[in-house]
Each structure stands twice: as structure tokens, then as C-alpha cells.
Ligand binder design. Structure first.
Ligand SMILES: C[C@H](O)CC(=O)SCCNC(=O)CCNC(=O)[C@H](O)C(C)(C)COP(=O)(O)OP(=O)(O)OC[C@H]1O[C@@H](n2cnc3c(N)ncnc32)[C@H](O)[C@@H]1OP(=O)(O)O
Length: 725
């Protein structure tokens, strides 16, 4: 019986089984919490109940507090929407009750789910259950006593690791550390848990209230030292986010003044954090990432994904080898096709070295590497592709070459085979122009390195069939990517939106701003690195290849600089040859190279755009805005043209494809914290000073003038008199 309910069943043994149901993860929605309170009251009042076993329906214990309620609080600012889980339920009704509770855990116990289980007097688990307190990933801290009970159950070092790094553990590890009391098979879970509950009630097993324990906390000086080190590490790793330090504050309070004081402090700071920008941003990201799997006209029309067992990858270069790596890692057979044995060997070796990299990092065993590699086969002839379910073409960005490959694969591959291209810029209709298979042509745009980067842009044309899109989404998920379905245009969603990013950085340098200052400002904002270091790392080839494509597609709003050409002329290839804007030496951090100034000066003389020949005087804030607002402006056009299904898809794509800071909620979400009016006014001013590159789009102008958010993609006709709807 699916649905939202809490059930109480009393057995002849005198154990009340309380089961919660709220598919798919039994999240603690307000109705579930109310149901739990009601059933606990009933269990306490009934004379035939000696003990309680608490469990979840559908093979899962509980995935934590209902995250949708956080979103509701963010929308309304109303903290009263948060029910009192911590004191009223976990502490008063469960832990301090006169009858003992045992948590019967299967599937998962995360966040509030694990906190509820820790309020019980014992925890019995199936071996596979995932246990953790991942609240910090949502910008909050454990808010139902987790900051107090976890250290008391597993000791401070393990608790700090699990909370600060949002690390989940399996039941076996949980048992070693004392979080789990016994492990049993799923079939025996309820029986064993009932037995434990009765044993506790009859005092044959200890009746333990975790909050009152101190035996695992260590001495005060030890705890202080550990918290101090944790604070320093958290500060270094989470510069922009408050929740790590706040979590440590709550833990410290409990160590100094006892578990109850800790619970009260935790509740207070939890409520403050829920309203923080970080929590707003991270909650938005959690829900938006899940929303990407809902594509109208694709996932809501009753289609079932077809099995994709064998995939051919054409081209064994950087992208092709990365894509092959990702596919074989998830158990898919891959046929890698190259043009001659030299290239083929290189491609196969590249896949192997990608896997070796994972072995070095400890995420793959040597044995698994062998098994994984056995799924890869190299071929030189198209005739070898006659039994594949999908082809992913990943050759260089040349239209005639891609067109001839698509004609070949159309001839040889079976009629159900999906014909995908990994192009990052070329129009899919042009690639498939010489075929009669437009309905099965689709873009599978991976980001480099393809076996590491999480984003997969799935590009559809007006003709791509929903079945093909659904199949590719399913493959994307199987290889642990986040697929985002986008429309067909130059650069698709991510490269199109971010083309002004590098160009604005060039413009600032040509206006006299220091390259390293630009990079500093951008990385201080939270991007993994600045635009110039990014060019060094990505290689200048990409920048040179796409420059012309963008200039012709986005005429009148591009900025042309020959700086990259001059860099290459002067023997700089970026990280590839150790010399770019920065110097790269093995084992040390990139160092700014002062000698690059000569190259920059030469390029600046050629464009000669500094007003009055003098460098412009700009603040760090202006640098940030002059780089990111043109990106937002292009994002507006992307939304206006319907390239993305919803604004939040662009948030996810910007985070996963470009490293836009997650805690800011993604590009458009961040823009709406800044305000459309302000963005419009700045771009208008710069467009007067510096030209069309900054000219605000109509989509932005309409929203700015009405004071509406940029994420509002569909406006009523009366609100959008001149913009497209
Ligand atoms: C007071 C407390 O301290 C505060 C809290 O408890 S905050 C919440 C703490 N819990 C978490 O952070 C867990 C969040 N959830 C997850 O990490 C993952 O969803 C999971 C590991 C449970 C399952 O992952 P996976 O199997 O890949 O499925 P996933 O697509 O993520 O989730 C399935 C559905 O459950 C929903 N869901 C998962 N956890 C949820 C939660 N805590 N609240 C509401 N919905 C949740 C997802 O939104 C998704 O919905 P959809 O079907 O409409 O898209």
C-alpha cells in the first residue's frame, strides 16, 4: 500500500511495529511526523504494548526530513513550517519514553532518518543499509540531535568525518563504530528487532539513551584539540559556507555543557541556517538536479527505456577515450573505432591509463580494471558496428568528416541504433543532413575529461524522437552522469551561455586590468579557477577552434582578441607545455608568469581599446560583474529561445559543466539574488561605454522593467509585450 501513512500494529509478543511510508524514501514530511507522534502516543498509552520497533515501508528506513519543506520555508520565510522533530519527537517521545524503541533499518537511514534511529535505544540493520548525516550538503546541520548523538555513539573523530564530509557508511562499518547494534538479513530484520526490543524492555539488554552517554567522547582536552583541527580544515575547504563551523559550534556546546544543552543549541542554529543563502542555494540545487530527469514530452508519455547493451565510440582521442572509459566502467560493452592501428592503439591505451588513474586514486581495484577493460574492443572497420545499439561519434569538429561518418553508420548499424554525436558546437541538423535518420540523431555532449565530469548535455533537434532522448538519458544515468536535455543551437546550453565568460575576461585585460587579478576575483567568487587559468588547463586549441563559430553565430555581441594566437606564437600552449599565463611545474601549484606581460602588452597595443590610452579603474566587484553579467545576458537568450526546459536546468548545467559555485544555487538562481533590475542597469551602462558586447537582451529588459526574476521563463502575454513567451 503506497502513500503517506504511519501504521501501528501490535503483535501477540507485546511489540508495537510502527511503520512509516512516504515513497520513494519515506521522507519525514509534516504529515509523517504528525503520524509518528500520534502512533507513539498510542503505543505509550496501550497496556498491551511493552516495546516499539520503528521501521520504514518499501525497503527503506528513512531518507531524512522532507527537503521540499525547506524549499517552502525559503519561499515564505516562515520557520513555523518546520515541525519540532528534535525535542518533541526524538527526545521526549522516543528517547525519554517509558517503553524502549528499536530502529529496524533497511535501505537507508539518512539525516533526520538516522537521527530518529539514534533516538531509539538500539539499531538493527541489514548489511547494505546506507547510514549518514548529509545535512551539510543542504547548507544546514543535523537538526534532530545528530550533532549530539552521533559523537556519543561512534566517537568524535568518526562523527566529525561523517558530518563535515557528509560521508555515508554501510551497516558493517556502523557496527564496528557502535552506531549499529546488530546486522541481520532483510528477511529477519523485523523478527530480530522485535526480540531486541523485548530484551531491552525486560532489562536483559541495556536500555541506552545515547544523549546521556559520555564514554566515547574522550577527554575534554582531546576533544578541544580535535575540534580545533576540524575548524581549521573546514575553514580551508569551505571558505564560503557557514554550516561547517556552525556544526562544530553545536558539537562543542554539547561536549562542554552536556547533550541536552547541545540539542538546544543545535535547534537554534539550525533555524538560523535554514534561512541562509547557502541553504537556499543548496536546497535549490538538490531539487533542481532531480527535476532534470523530468522532461515534458519525453518522460511523461509512458515510454520505457530500451536496453543499450553495446555502444560504438568513433574516435579514440581525448573525448572518445573518456566516453569509452565511462561506459565500460558501468558495465556496457564498447567498440572503439579508429581509422588506423596507430590511432587505435593510442585510444585503447588512453582508456587503460584513465582506469589506471582510478586505481591510483583507490576507486578501482586492479582486478576490476582487468574485468572492465575486457568490455572494450578496438576495431578499424565500420562493418564491425552492425550489432550496436548506439554510436557516439567523437571525432574532431569538421563538418564534412562528421557528415560522412553519419552516412556510413546509417548504412551499417541496425535501424534501432541511436546515432549520437559528441560535438560541442556544430548544428546537429547539419551533421545529419546526409542521412534519412533525423529521428535517431541526438547530441551526447560530454565535458572533458568525460569519465570524470558529471554533466551530459543531451541535445535534441525538432526531429529527435522522444524514445531516443529517453534511452540516452537512461544511459547517462547508468554511467553516473547528470543528463540535461537541451535544444539545438551553437554551443548548446553551457558553451553558448558561457561564451562571453572568456571574452569578457579578454576585454578586461585589453582595458588594462591585470590577468591575475581577474583570475583572483573569479576564484574568490567560488569558481574552481579563473578564466585565464582555465584556458591554460583546457588548452588553447578549443578557444581557437570555437572563436570563429561564435563570432559568426553571435554577430555584434562578441569580443575578438588575438591574445591566444600571440600566446601560441610565443611558444606558450598552456598547461600542455608547462607555460601559459602561469608556469606549471610537476608537484607544485601553478605560478603566475610575469614574462607573459610582454605578450599581453603586444595584444593590447593591437586592439587599443583603453579609453584615452589609460587602464580603466575598476573595483573587484565590477570585474566580477563585467565577466558574469554578459554570461547572464546570454543565459537570458538561452531561456528565451527555449534551449533549456526550465531555468533551473541551466543552474545545474552551469554547476556541473562549468564549476559555477554550487552554494550560490547555479547561474540563474544567483542572478535572481542579485536582481534583474541591477543586472540590466549595469549592462546598459557598459554597453554605452564599451559597445554591443554588453547590450542587454530583450528577455532581461522585460523582466528588469517589471521587477521580475530571470528564472520566470513564461510570462503572460500582457507582461511580455515585446519578448517571446
Ligand atoms: C532535521 C534534519 O536533520 C534535516 C534533514 O534530515 S535534511 C535531509 C537529509 N537527507 C538527505 O540529505 C538525503 C537526501 N537524499 C538523497 O541523498 C538521495 O535522494 C537518496 C540517497 C536518498 C536517494 O538517491 P537516489 O536513489 O539516487 O534517488 P533520488 O533521485 O536522489 O531521489 C528519489 C526521489 O526522492 C526524493 N527525495 C530524496 N530524499 C528526500 C528528502 N529527504 N526529502 C524529500 N524528497 C527526497 C528526491 O527528490 C527524488 O524525488 P523525485 O522522484 O520526485 O525526483
Amino acid at each position: 500500500m503506497a502513500g503517506v501513512w504511519v501504521k501501528l500494529e501490535v503483535g501477540s509478543d507485546g511489540v508495537a511495529l510502527i511503520t512509516i511510508s512516504n515513497p520513494p524514501v519515506n521522507a519525514l514530511a509534516p504529515a509523517v511526523i504528525a503520524g509518528l507522534k500520534e502512533k507513539y502516543t498510542e503505543a505509550m498509552n496501550r497496556s498491551d504494548v511493552k516495546a516499539i520497533v520503528l521501521t520504514g515501508d518499501g525497503g527503506k528506513f528513512c531518507g531524512g526530513f522532507d527537503i521540499n519543506v525547506f524549499a517552502e520555508v525559503h519561499k515564505t520565510g516562515d520557520l513555523k513550517l518546520l515541525p519540532d522533530l528534535s525535542v518533541e519527537l526524538v527526545m521526549n517521545m522516543v528517547e525519554d519514553a517509558k517503553k524502549p524503541s528499536v530502529a529496524a533499518i533497511h535501505g537507508l537511514a539518512l539525516g533526520g532518518g538516522l537521527e530518529l534511529a539514534m533516538g531509539c535505544h538500539a539499531r538493527i540493520s541489514t548489511p547494505e543499509a546506507q547510514l549518514g548525516l548529509p545535512e551539510l550538503t543542504l547548507g544546514v546541520i543535523p537538526g534532530s540531535g545528530g550533532t549530539q548523538r552521533l559523537p556519543r555513539l561512534v566517537g568524535l573523530p568518526k562523527a566529525l568525518e561523517m558530518m563535515l564530509m557528509s560521508k555515508t557508511i554501510r551497516a558493517k562499518e556502523g557496527k564496528v563504530y557502535g552506531l549499529i547494534d546488530d546486522i541481520t538479513s532483510p528477511d529477519d530484520l523485523i523478527r530480530v528487532s522485535r526480540h531486541w526490543a523485548l530484551e531491552i524492555a525486560e532489562r536483559r539488554k541495556p536500555w541506552i539513551n545515547s544523549l546521556h552517554r559520555t564514554d566515547k567522547l574522550g577527554s575534554l582536552p582531546e576533544a578541544r584539540e580535535m575540534l580545533k583541527t576540524a575548524r581549521q580544515q573546514a575553514k580551508k575547504m569551505n571558505l564560503h559556507m557557514p554550516q561547517h563551523q556552525v556544526c562544530l559550534d553545536a558539537i562543542e556546546e554539547g561536549i562542554l555543557f552536556g547533550g541536552y544543552a547541545g540539542v538546544l543549541k543545535e535547534a537554534k542554529v539550525f533555524n538560523e541556517l535554514v534561512l541562509s543563502n547557502t541553504s537556499r542555494g543548496l536546497t535549490h540545487v538538490f531539487l533542481s538536479q532531480r527535476a532534470t530527469s523530468k522532461v515534458p514530452g519525453v518522460t511523461d508519455i509512458g515510454l520505457k527505456p530500451r536496453p543499450i547493451k553495446v555502444v560504438a565510440v568513433i574516435g579514440g582521442g581525448l573525448m572518445g577515450s573518456g566516453i569509452s572509459t565511462a561506459l565500460i566502467l558501468s558495465g556496457t560493452h564498447v567498440i572503439l573505432k579508429e581509422i588506423d592501428s596507430g590511432y587505435l592503439q593510442k585510444g585503447l591505451k588512453a582508456v587503460e591509463s584513465n582506469l589506471q588513474g582510478l586505481v591510483k586514486k583507490g576507486s578501482l581495484t586492479q582486478d576490476k580494471l582487468k574485468k572492465t577493460l575486457s568490455l572494450l574492443k578496438g576495431v578499424l572497420e565500420y562493418s564491425e558496428l552492425k550489432n550496436v545499439d548506439m554510436v557516439i561519434e567523437a571525432v574532431i569538429e569538421k563538418v564534412p568528416l562528421k557528415q560522412s561518418i553519419f552516412s556510413e553508420i546509417e548504412k551499417v548499424c541496425p535501424p534501432h541504433c541511436i546515432l549520437a554525436t559528441n560535438t560541442s558546437t556544430i548544428d546537429l541538423n547539419i551533421i545529419g543532413d546526409k542521412t534519412n535518420s533525423q529521428d535517431r540523431i541526438v547530441g551526447a555532449h560530454f565535458f572533458s575529461p568525460a569519465h570524470v565530469m558529471p554533466l551530459l548535455e543531451i541535445v535534441r533537434t525538432e526531429k529527435t524522437s522522444p524514445q531516443v532522448i529517453l534511452d540516452l538519458m537512461t544511459v547517462g544515468k547508468a554511467i553516473k552522469k547528470v543528463p540535461v536535455v537541451v535544444g539545438n543551437c551553437t554551443g548548446f546550453a553551457v558553451n553558448r551561455t558561457f561564451f562571453p565568460y572568456a571574452q569578457a575576461a579578454f576585454m578586461l585585460v585589453h582595458l588594462g586590468v591585470d590577468v591575475f587579478r581577474v583570475d583572483r576575483v573569479i576564484s574568490n567568487f567560488g569558481m574552481p579557477m579563473g578564466p585565464f587559468q582555465l584556458q591554460d588547463v583546457a588548452g588553447y586549441g578549443v578557444a581557437l577552434a570555437v572563436r570563429k563559430i561564435f563570432a559568426s553565430a553571435f554577430e555584434g555581441r562578441t569580443f575578438e582578441s588575438d591574445l591566444v594566437d600571440l600566446m601560441v606564437e610565443s611558444g606558450r600552449n598552456g598547461k600542455a607545455n608547462g607555460k601559459g599565463y602561469y608556469l606549471y611545474e610537476r608537484g607544485s601549484k601553478p605560478k603566475p608568469d610575469p614574462s607573459v606581460q610582454a605578450v599581453i602588452e603586444k595584444s593590447k597595443r593591437r586592439t587599443n581599446i583603453m579609453p584615452g590610452g589609460k587602464p580603466v579603474n575598476v573595483s573587484d566587484q565590477e570585474i566580477l560583474e563585467m565577466i558574469l553579467f554578459p554570461v547572464l545576458n546570454e543565459a537570458c537568450r538561452v531561456m528565451d529561445e527555449g534551449v533549456v526546459v526550465r531555468a533551473s536546468d541551466l543552474d545545474i548545467a552551469s554547476i556541473l559543466g562549468m564549476g559555477f559555485p554550487k552554494f550560490r544555487g547555479g547561474l540563474v538562481f544567483w542572478a535572481d539574488t542579485v536582481g534583474s533590475g541591477y543586472i540590466y542597469s549595469r549592462l546598459s551602462k557598459w554597453s554605452e561605454e564599451y559597445g554591443g558586447f554588453f547590450k542587454p537582451s530583450l528577455y532581461l529588459e522585460v523582466r528588469a522593467k517589471k521587477g521580475l526574476p530571470l528564472s520566470m521563463t513564461n510570462l503572460a502575454p500582457s507582461e511580455a509585450p515585446r519578448a517571446r513567451l
